[in-house]
Design a protein around this ligand. Structure first.
Ligand code: FAD
Ligand code: NAP
Length: 548
């Protein structure tokens, strides 16, 4: 195919047109690897990125304390052995600046930047039924035409800032963790409010508390946090892994969560109290997300779950000195049905004299005024407010642009009652459009790097195949999509995941349909994708129709 960029050299914002084989939106880990793969297939591709640089999540989330919750040696690409051998991580869990440097290194190493348009936000994309091509429009006024259109826009890239009455009246500074200023924020000597106690809050609260004159934490739902036990990554540990990196990667691929520590074989209901305690303590001491794998039935049975939840509550009460504060911090929901947080000194922070926990479960923040926030008639005067209030996850970035498929059908309209996809990569009536880690794929329930790589490889292989065979239109069928969507729901319904108000369900966004979006089970998913590809991409119609 190899359409060329025939009309202009770059997205100059002066309304010119460009033609490519593929347009990719987003230059995070997904978009970057997609570009590399498409080039390898000999296709012309252009990546459009709203930010000023590569790295996606790690470009935007520069809040204090930001770091990965999957070990660095695993939260990295594996497609290039030379890359994974060369790169040296300094900590067990890398901090945001180091992950961003890694993304930048990848961009340099594979010479990616020359095909990425930065500061370019896609506002609209329209499929032309006559030519089987997409027209992608940007806020700058440029138009890009392409046979294939890939949304690599991230599951957690659309910030959720609550609409609190009076927010324009506040005279201090406001921030969202996912839109953090590049030159940092100095909280020294300031009275600061942090709203939200999910992963971003849990990571930033201990660091902000060290700087602020006083920190008020506004907590709606108490969270489960497990210690990271972060520290420097010893060169000998790193060398040992690198000597047999494939082994680590293979072990991770066999687990539901895509990282090396899978669930134990123990059932909380069958094991003795001593066995249960030993397993939980072992995982607690190791640190990180593997705690949720303490029992094989932890996310299947409420009584099994309660064993682990009680363990964490005991740990909280051990650490937090004020018993009333400790009780407020003790979560009551099912452990793991929201993503567990991985912390460094989170609970200890509440022993500081300059930190106040404000419970807003029953009394939400009623308004913002010039001086701060009001809760239950009480005013909290602050100089700065940090919204650690999360994201319109999984569908937010996909639905922000106006995407129109066959006969002008709007994606917003199609997904009005929740997203419907085939394998999380495609949706019927939107031919030649693909989503990386879209709803209906394991994505956010896994270490995302292997999930991203698997998607990018699968989608690009399909595009390469279509190109070789002269196929101009690739479209998921309604039947395949319906069957997949009900399978995704059925698997989730067999677990405790849908039992709390998580962003996996869209429950954090007022008015968003309550649908469990990710698919539970990475190895089963990969197997399914491979089987479908081997079966001639069953569930897709591949058509040779109009010419360019
Ligand atoms: P992103 O990195 O989100 O990149 C998407 C890009 O698309 C962004 O740069 C965005 O600007 C761009 N974009 C979106 N819409 C448009 C548009 N309309 N026009 C142009 N550009 C657009 N996952 C883990 O597995 N382990 C972790 O430890 C972990 N830690 C995380 C920490 C934080 C703070 C957050 C928010 C997420 C974390 N995640 C983690 C999930 C993380 O999002 C993924 O691991 C991964 O970085 C996603 O890469 P991506 O390329 O798919 O999306
Ligand atoms: P989040 O998990 O959705 O947490 C948002 C927090 O804000 C919750 O405590 C939520 O309360 C609260 N909140 C939302 N709206 C509110 C409102 N109107 N009033 C008061 N409180 C409100 O978002 P996040 O912390 O940014 O994390 C999102 C995901 O990103 C994580 O689950 C994880 O996958 C990823 N992440 C990972 C890391 C890491 O450790 N590597 C760090 C950050 C993010 P409710 O619970 O009551 O809704």
């Amino acid at each position: 195919m190899n359409a060329s960029a025939d009309e202009t050299p770059s997205g100059t914002g002066d309304g010119r047109k460009q033609v490519f084989d593929v347009v990719v939106v987003g230059a995070g880990f997904a978009g970057m690897y997609m570009l590399h793969r498409l080039r390898g297939l000999g296709l012309s591709a252009r990546v459009l990125e709203a930010g000023g640089g590569v790295g996606g999540t790690w470009y935007w989330n520069r809040y204090p304390g930001a770091r990965c919750d999957i070990e660095s040696m695993e939260y990295s690409y594996q497609f290039s052995d030379a890359l994974q051998q060369d790169w040296v991580w300094s900590e067990r869990y890398a901090a945001q600046p180091e992950i961003l440097s890694y993304a930048e290194h990848v961009a340099d190493r594979f010479d990616l930047r020359r095909d990425i348009e930065f500061n370019t936000r896609v506002s609209r994309a329209t499929f032309d039924d006559q030519t089987d091509r997409w027209c992608i429009e940007t806020e700058n006024g440029d138009r890009f035409y392409a046979r294939f259109f890939i949304m690599a826009t991230g599951c957690l890239s659309s910030a959720n800032i609550p609409d609190i009455p009076g927010k324009d009246e506040f005279r201090g500074a406001t921030y969202h963790t996912g839109q953090w200023p590049h030159d940092g924020v100095d909280f020294n000597g300031l009275r600061v409010a942090v709203v939200g106690t999910g992963s971003s809050g849990v990571q930033s609260i201990p660091v902000i508390a060290e700087q602020a004159e006083h920190l008020y934490v506004f907590q709606r739902t108490a969270t489960f946090a497990v210690p990271a036990h972060n520290g420097p990554l010893a060169p000998e540990v790193q060398d040992r892994i690198k000597a047999n990196y494939q082994d680590l990667r293979d072990r991770a691929r066999r687990n539901r969560n895509g990282h090396q520590y899978g669930p134990s074989d123990l059932s909380a209901l069958e094991a003795s109290p001593e066995e249960r305690e030993a397993e939980m303590q072992f995982r607690w001491d190791r640190g990180g997300l593997s705690f949720t794998g303490s029992f094989r039935d932890l996310l299947l049975d409420a009584d099994a779950n309660a064993v682990a939840a009680d363990f964490v509550r005991r740990k909280i009460r051990d650490v937090v000195r004020d018993p009333d504060v400790a009780e407020l911090l003790c979560p009551t929901a099912v452990l793991g049905c929201k993503r567990m947080c991985v912390d460094t000194g989170y609970y200890e922070t509440y022993n500081r004299d300059n930190v106040t926990l404000v419970d807003i479960k029953d009394n939400p923040i009623s308004r913002m005024n010039a001086a701060g926030l009001e809760v239950a008639g009480k005013n909290y005067a602050v100089d700065a407010i940090v919204f650690a209030t999360g994201f319109d996850a999984m569908t937010g970035a996909l639905l922000k642009p106006d995407i129109r498929g066959r006969a002008g059908k709007a994606l917003k309209e199609k997904w009005h009652e929740g997203p419907r996809t085939y394998l999380g990569v495609a949706t019927a009536e939107f031919p030649n459009m693909f989503t990386v880690t879209g709803p209906g794929s394991p994505s956010v329930l896994t270490n995302m790097l292997p999930s991203i790589e698997q998607h990018v490889e699968w989608i690009s292989t399909l595009i390469g195949e279509a190109d070789k065979r002269g196929v101009t239109c690739v479209e998921a069928t309604h039947a395949a999509e319906a069957e997949w969507s009900s399978h995704v729901n059925a698997v989730a319904d067999g677990t405790l995941f849908p039992s709390c108000n998580s962003w996996y369900l869209g429950a954090n966004i007022p008015g968003k349909p309550r649908v469990f979006m990710p698919y539970i089970g990475f190895p089963q998913y990969v197997e399914k994708c491979d089987e479908i590809a081997a079966d001639g991409y069953r569930g897709f119609v591949l058509r040779e129709t109009q010419t360019a």
